[in-house]
Write a protein that binds this ligand. Structure first.
Ligand SMILES: [Zn+2]
Length: 237
């Protein structure tokens, strides 16, 4: 057993789950998980086929992106993952995909308004969209992508725990959660929310906002002190 085996296994399972959920085309998707006590992040290797990916292929880096375990090159999106971990202290896992519907909203530069209870169960308020990177920000592209995500949440006073997802304008979504598995679940739900929001808009030509009392009811029955959804042990942080 290697020192980081458990962390690497979680990340391997999360990456394979993304494929199984149909969120990944070719190798466009990556999941990572952080061990905050040890200050390390395990992430998918760059450009490796998911079918053949094994625990030994998972790359472990420190918070500056220096490899501490693994032979392969880390996912090229590592820099964005690291910025998310640095800025969102409750994030334990991060996922990036180019899933079709969420990516379409990102390309349109449109946030996804909460129009229904599926959205309200997972995201408390709209899933926001970042600004575009400026020309002089493309040098350190992945890191700066993370920085504009953090900037958006700070500027708009969005809570990264109750809204664990973002659309990067012209690019695609990132989601996070208390661990890699939860970040995957949020990516799956985001894609479903993006899909139904698109269809809803097709019917109405605008996005109707769910009544606040219903959105509150759905979010808080799953999250926070008075949550009662699911089994007791599932209580979320
Ligand atoms: Zn991407």
């Amino acid at each position: 057993m290697g020192a980081y085996d458990k962390l690497k296994e979680n990340v391997l399972i999360a990456n394979k789950a993304l494929v199984k959920a149909g969120l990944v085309i070719l190798t466009w998707g990556n999941a990572s998980e952080i061990d905050r006590e040890r200050g390390v992040v395990a992430i998918k290797p760059s450009g490796v086929d998911y079918d053949r990916m094994s625990i030994n292929d998972i790359v472990v880096t420190d918070l500056d992106g220096n490899v501490v375990d693994g032979e392969l090159k880390a996912s090229s999106d590592l820099g964005t993952h690291l910025e998310i971990y640095k800025n969102f202290k409750n994030a334990g896992g991060v996922v990036h995909t180019h899933s079709t519907f969420a990516t379409a909203w990102a390309q349109a530069g449109q946030s996804i308004v909460c129009s229904g209870t599926t959205h309200a169960d997972y995201f408390y308020g709209a899933v926001p969209v970042t600004r575009s990177l400026k020309e002089d920000e493309t040098g350190d592209y992945e890191k700066n992508t993370g920085k504009i995500i953090a900037e958006l949440f700070e500027k708009e006073k969005i809570d990264s725990v109750s809204v664990p997802a973002v659309l990067v304008k012209g690019h695609a979504p990132f989601t996070w959660g208390e661990n890699a598995a939860k970040a995957v679940e949020n990516a799956v739900v985001l894609e479903q929310v993006a899909k139904t929001a698109f269809i809803t808009r097709g019917i109405l030509s605008f996005s109707p906002e769910l009544e606040k009392h219903i959105a509150d009811k759905h979010y808080f029955r799953k999250h926070g002190e008075n949550a009662y959804y699911g089994q007791k042990k599932e209580k979320r942080q």
